[in-house]
Ligand binder design. Structure first.
Ligand SMILES: NC(=O)c1ccc[n+]([C@@H]2O[C@H](COP(=O)([O-])OP(=O)(O)OC[C@H]3O[C@@H](n4cnc5c(N)ncnc54)[C@H](OP(=O)(O)O)[C@@H]3O)[C@@H](O)[C@H]2O)c1
Length: 267
């Protein structure tokens, strides 16, 4: 199966209007895959749809959805309509605050958790079920090195990212036998408008040599069949902030998966 057969006929990208989400949409179109693009702002989404159509002739559609809304899934399902989703890219997940936990109202962190945890969980449940039934598909969870542990200014953020890591590893183990690929694409600092905005608000410069959205999107699509984890800038067997490498995590997931299957009666 080529890429479009394996992950088509449609992709769904949550957080697609700029940065890595935008790069995923363009890279997917260049592989012949149309996407349903989600974000809050209509104008950049519509501009991206027009750009993709002109560039590749691939049809895309866009819908404005707030992924932090408790009823986000209903809006996403309505936007998708009758299209069959073969690849779900969960992209939106950054912390727009960069603040200490107690320095903001709890609602700011609840919104972050709703978007990055609850809506991701809802979408994976809704869209991966039919993928499993078809015996093909993909779930690409854009993640952050913050998934590997907590730190000042990142307490709630790193907790949401740790959820994504463990959730994606478990999903990988459950869905791989059914032909569905799951990948946590763990990024370091990446030159997105969201990062630039946060740095500007803090009066900080954009660091030199950080990753480009196009490069991380390309790596994610290349490594999608090789989950459950790909760390940006690191070989599969290299250890970064994670203490264990992606390869060691894969072995660990498989080992625990075996024990878990024995407990739950599925050998
Ligand atoms: N940039 C980095 O340095 C960096 C580092 C490590 C990991 N990452 C990871 O990379 C991913 C992308 O990060 P990013 O820097 O591009 O920022 P981001 O805020 O996670 O993603 C930006 C995209 O998501 C959309 N979005 C944000 N909040 C939304 C909401 N509530 N509802 C709907 N759409 C929403 C934005 O469009 P609208 O504003 O129009 O809604 C935009 O298209 C995240 O998962 C992040 O954890 C990034």
């Amino acid at each position: 199966m080529d890429f479009a057969q394996r992950y088509g006929p449609w992709a769904l990208i949550a957080g697609a209007s700029e940065g890595t989400g935008r790069a995923f949409a363009r890279r997917l179109a260049s592989r012949g895959l149309p996407s349903v693009l989600l974000a809050r702002r209509r104008e950049p989404l519509q501009a991206l749809v027009a750009e993709i159509r002109a560039e590749s002739g691939v049809e895309c559609v866009a819908a404005t959805v707030d992924l932090a809304a408790p009823d986000a899934l209903a809006h996403i399902v309505a936007a998708v309509g009758g299209r069959q989703i073969g690849l779900f890219v969960s992209n939106a997940g950054a912390d727009p605050h960069g603040a200490r936990f107690l320095d903001l109202d709890a609602q700011a962190w609840l919104d972050l958790a709703q978007r990055s945890v609850m809506t991701t969980l809802h979408c994976c449940h809704h869209f991966a079920g039919p993928m499993r039934a078809r015996g093909r598909g993909g779930v690409l969870l854009v993640n952050s090195g913050a998934c590997y542990g907590g730190a000042s200014f990142m307490a709630a953020y790193s907790a949401t990212r740790a959820f994504t890591l463990a959730f994606g590893e478990g999903l990988w183990a459950e869905l791989k036998p059914h032909g569905v690929d799951v990948l946590n694409l763990v990024l370091g600092r990446t030159d997105t408008p969201a990062l630039r905005k946060l740095l500007a608000e803090k009066g900080l410069p954009v660091p030199e040599g950080i990753a480009s959205p196009d490069d991380v999107a390309e790596l994610g699509l290349e490594r999608l069949p090789h989950g459950p984890v790909q760390n940006w800038g690191l070989a599969d067997d290299a250890v970064g902030y994670a203490i264990s490498s992606a390869a060691q995590r894969r072995e660990r997931v498989l080992m625990i998966d075996k024990a878990s299957r024995a407990v739950f009666g599925d050998s």
